[in-house]
Design a protein around this ligand. Structure first.
Ligand code: GTP
Ligand code: MG
Length: 329
């Protein structure tokens, strides 16, 4: 079986299965009439994909000579089942092949394609053979390439923090290009953290929207619990403090800012209140007025600079795509 659509979630996927693979898996395509669709049939048909008596999915069956193209639902879960059923032929023997298969962005894809041309084990052996004075330098360069390559592979958690109503959920939705979180003028709207993956400036992130802070003593017990859960997620993560720039910084923003990776002044469209001197400001934004591509560029660029990463894409030489391989350099 070959998966013909790119990795990721989509409404529909396209996979190619040969007649032999269908037979070996005990799979058949059952028509609405109850009959069985044959690969030799020429018509495109809606059918149920049944494997050993179990219905896996409803698919569109498209005949392509000796191969049938199946159009099942595009969720990764459905594809996982199909992979297991038809013993997917794609080679996932190397981390580069895995990255190529699951690439979330053109940059990840380009890096994966570049790394497929290299063999990490051969490179390790080559490094071993280098004269001592060159080896350290070559290792250092390979480690730096690997740091960048791993940044393409391992999503870093970025937690949005800040006061209730500052616009965290509005920004979260913009960065994800869809209305994933509820956003609105009611303070304390977000309770449970929401985790979503996205790619910003070519690097993958796990974005987390969390419950907004409110002053000590003001939090109802349900707020306090939600706030505590959100705080726990900050450990080991990058944090973006969102401040309502039209209202100015609040007292507790000082404490949040001290540990935040970035501070953004939101609601720039509503004008600027006085910005406290103790509060840094890395960008002035408007989560509702500015378009998503612009905001993704701004936040992605700030994160990239913060992490000292070059423009995303190929790294110009062999690199580790697994943290454990990085350790071997
Ligand atoms: N004018 C304007 N309104 C904004 C902007 N960003 C957010 N808002 C509005 O501010 C209100 C609060 O936004 P949310 O994103 O829900 O705020 P939050 O920080 O997630 O709030 P909590 O979930 O309570 O912590 C909503 O009505 C948004 O539409 C902005 O840039 N400009
Ligand atoms: Mg919110």
């Amino acid at each position: 079986m070959r998966i013909l659509t790119p990795a990721g979630t989509a409404g529909v996927a396209v996979v190619a299965v040969t007649r032999d693979e269908m037979q070996a898996a005990g799979a058949e395509l059952v028509l609405p009439s109850g009959g069985t669709w044959q690969v030799a049939n020429s018509a495109v048909t809606l059918a149920r994909l049944v494997v050993r008596g179990q219905v896996l999915d409803e698919v569109l069956a498209v005949p392509r000579g000796d191969v049938v193209e199946l159009h099942p639902h595009g969720s990764p879960a459905v594809l996982e089942v199909l992979r297991a059923t038809f013993l997917c032929q794609e080679s996932v023997s190397s981390p580069a092949a895995e990255l190529l298969r699951d690439a979330m962005s053109p940059e990840q894809f380009d890096l994966a394609a570049e790394q497929l041309g290299y063999d990490f084990e051969i490179e390790l052996a080559r490094l071993e053979r280098l004269p001592l004075d060159q080896r350290d330098r070559a290792r250092q360069l390979a480690r730096e390439r690997s740091r960048v390559a791993l940044a393409h592979c391992v999503p870093v958690r970025v937690v949005l923090i800040g006061a209730q109503n500052a616009g965290k959920s509005a920004l979260f939705n913009r960065l994800l290009l869809r209305a994933r979180a509820l956003a609105g003028p009611v303070a304390g709207l977000t309770r449970d953290p929401i985790h979503e993956r996205t790619v910003l400036a070519g690097y993958p992130y796990e974005l987390v929207d969390t419950a907004g802070e409110c002053g000590e003593g003001e939090a109802a017990s349900v707020d306090a619990r939600a706030i505590a859960v959100g705080r726990a997620l900050r450990a080991g993560a990058l944090t973006i403090l969102v401040v309502d720039g039209s209202a100015g910084g609040l007292a507790f923003d000082r404490e949040l800012a001290a540990k935040a990776s970035l501070v953004v002044a939101n609601k720039a469209d509503l004008g600027d209140a006085e910005w406290p001197s103790w509060l840094p400001c890395h960008a002035r934004i408007s989560a509702v007025q500015q378009d998503a591509a612009h905001l993704r560029g701004v936040i992605g660029g700030l994160l990239r600079a913060l992490r000292n990463l070059p423009p995303a894409g190929p790294v110009g030489g062999v690199a580790a795509l697994r943290a454990s391989d990085m350790d071997r350099l």
